[in-house]
Ligand binder design. Structure first.
Ligand code: 5GP
Ligand code: ZN
Length: 139
């Protein structure tokens, strides 16, 4: 369940030192080396999964409770004003390290960070067609 060439496998399993905020049997939570904001951290599973498409459900199901726990703790300790969770899959979506990770990004009033998406226009017909493509007809 490890990839010998993966830096996050080495960090998650303690072979490369990191600024660890939390560790259990399944995960290590570390500070990001190039933080988007103060306290930006990453949830790393100890097993190697390339991304959301490949992570096993049992591990995936543990990520959100851990994200909540860390978000509350980080926000309290650092005096944050809000929080973004971010999780990138494949290059087009901004993934640069191909070992699943969830970004924990504390937000502060006037932090000068911009993680906001650009809303696009869609007609009712387009939205209906997208829904049909995903769930099929008659559901
Ligand atoms: P991605 O772009 O794949 O969603 O996020 C990768 C993140 O990992 C980036 O925010 C980057 O700063 C962080 N990162 C890359 N290499 C290292 C490392 O060796 N140690 C730590 N702590 N963070 C890293
Ligand atoms: Zn890995």
């Amino acid at each position: 369940m490890r990839d010998e060439n993966c830096i996050f496998c080495k960090i998650a399993n303690g072979e490369i030192p990191s600024r660890t905020l939390y560790e259990d049997n399944d995960f290590r939570v570390i500070l990001d080396l190039a933080p988007a904001t103060k306290g930006h951290a990453l949830i790393l599973p100890k097993n190697h999964y390339k991304n959301l498409y490949e992570i096993e459900e049992e591990t995936a199901a543990k990520v959100m409770p851990l994200a909540k726990k860390m978000a509350v703790e980080i926000t309290q300790k650092l005096g944050g004003d809000g929080f973004n969770l971010m999780q990138n899959n494949n290059e087009i979506a901004g993934q640069t390290v191909f070992h699943f990770h969830m970004h924990l990004i504390p937000r502060y009033n006037n932090d000068n960070q911009n993680l906001v998406m650009k809303p696009q226009q869609a007609t009712d017909e387009e939205l209906d067609a997208v829904r049909e493509a995903i769930v099929g007809n008659g559901k």
